[in-house]
Design a protein around this ligand. Structure first.
Ligand SMILES: [Zn+2]
Length: 56
């Protein structure tokens, strides 16, 4: 599955929440399109669940 890990805030995001042209981190709002795909392990997915995207 296409995940990316934001190098700025370490947040994980899934491609379903993005467009093809850009990949905006749901946590800090930066464009992480150029970041290589990331395969999260179980621990990371667990941590992700504790950390919902920030509310605007
Ligand atoms: Zn981020």
């Amino acid at each position: 599955m296409p995940w990316k890990k934001c190098p700025h805030c370490q947040g994980l995001s899934y491609s379903a929440a993005t467009t093809h042209e850009e990949w905006i981190c749901p946590y800090c709002g930066r464009d992480i399109q150029d970041v290589p795909d990331h395969v999260p392990d179980k621990k990371e997915l667990e941590a992700q669940r504790q950390r919902p995207p920030r509310q605007q």
